[in-house]
Design a protein. Structure first.
Length: 272
DNA sequence: CACGTCACCTGCGTGC
DNA sequence: TGCACGCAGGTGACGT
């Protein structure tokens, strides 16, 4: 479910509730959720760690602890929320972190719920071991029109799979890639080194605008997974095949690119 | 290096 | 109603 704006939304909502708390204990309900170390070691290491900061890198939630980092990737169906300590265990809860109480507030727990079990959690002293191969953050100053143009030129790849490649650019997923390409009027199958400087600039602008709008609307919520975001009501192409393009009225088409459902306006997004 | 395919999982909508 | 099938916001390991 989560791409950059969804993870950013989660990071922002969890931060004030987590920073300053101590992790008293943990329950690993599905052991493969813990990517590293072993579930046993994880339980042992995380106990007593204090939460220092909560941030996001690409689609990872990064929780800085006393002397370790807790990294969480929600993959397709993961979600994180805080409940009171006596809340009942839900069907797809995979990991529970018991939190110290703060002032008069009741004791709480952080729950990692993940229907499809693709999500993973890492506990490591060196976050670069997990995050080291990621490309730039699209909302950072590192990501410039110039960088994008030059990086597109030095590869020969189809635009959509390239934008989904987290080592190229970190944070876009299927929704925001389709929305960005439509906004930039670029075809998902266009070759990266065929993109002009002007088109690269349009793509840069589109990526930033689409991600910022996603964050402003608290992400997108679709299917049975609901997190309260609104961006799903503003998709221009994603999941809108058969409906009119908001720009020109042409019927949106769905195709498959690199095994991923891909939505385009065949009038706005033409291959040169 | 770039691309295709499969694997990892569960649940939902569709059509027969 | 039951059931098979296709599909889903992601990524990694393969093989060509």
């Amino acid at each position: 479910m989560p791409e950059l704006p969804e993870v950013e939304t989660i990071a922002r909502s969890l931060r004030p509730q987590l920073v300053g708390r101590t992790i008293l204990d943990s329950d690993v309900c599905w052991s493969r959720t813990i990517a590293t170390p072993s579930a046993r070691k994880f339980k042992q290491l995380i106990k007593g760690q204090k939460i220092v900061t909560v941030s996001r890198r690409a689609k990872f939630l990064s929780v800085q602890l006393s002397n370790l980092y807790l990294l969480i990737h929600l993959r397709m169906s993961g979600d994180l929320y805080i409940k009171e300590e006596d809340a009942l265990l839900e069907k797809h809860d995979r990991l529970i972190l018991w939190l110290s109480s703060q002032g008069k507030r009741k004791q709480h727990k952080l729950i990692f719920n993940d229907t499809r079990k693709f999500g993973r959690v890492w506990l490591t002293a060196d976050p670069d071991e997990v995050l080291g191969n990621l490309g730039p953050e699209p909302l950072s100053d590192e990501f410039t029109p110039r960088w994008l143009y030059e990086s597109l030129q030095t590869r020969h790849r189809q635009l959509k799979p390239l934008l989904l490649d987290q080592s190229f650019l970190a944070g876009l997923g299927n929704i925001y890639t389709d929305e960005s390409l439509h906004r930039a009027r670029l075809h998902p199958l266009a070759e990266s080194d065929s993109v002009s400087e002007k088109q690269a600039e349009a793509l840069w602008e589109a990526i930033r605008a689409v991600l910022n709008e996603g964050i402003r609307r608290n992400g997108a919520s679709i299917d049975w997974v609901y997190r309260g975001g609104e961006f799903q009501n503003y998709f221009r192409v994603y999941d809108r095949d058969g409906e009119p393009c908001p720009v020109c009225g042409t019927t949106i088409q769905k195709l498959v690119v690199g095994q991923r459902g891909t939505h385009i306006c065949p009038n706005c997004q033409v291959m040169e």
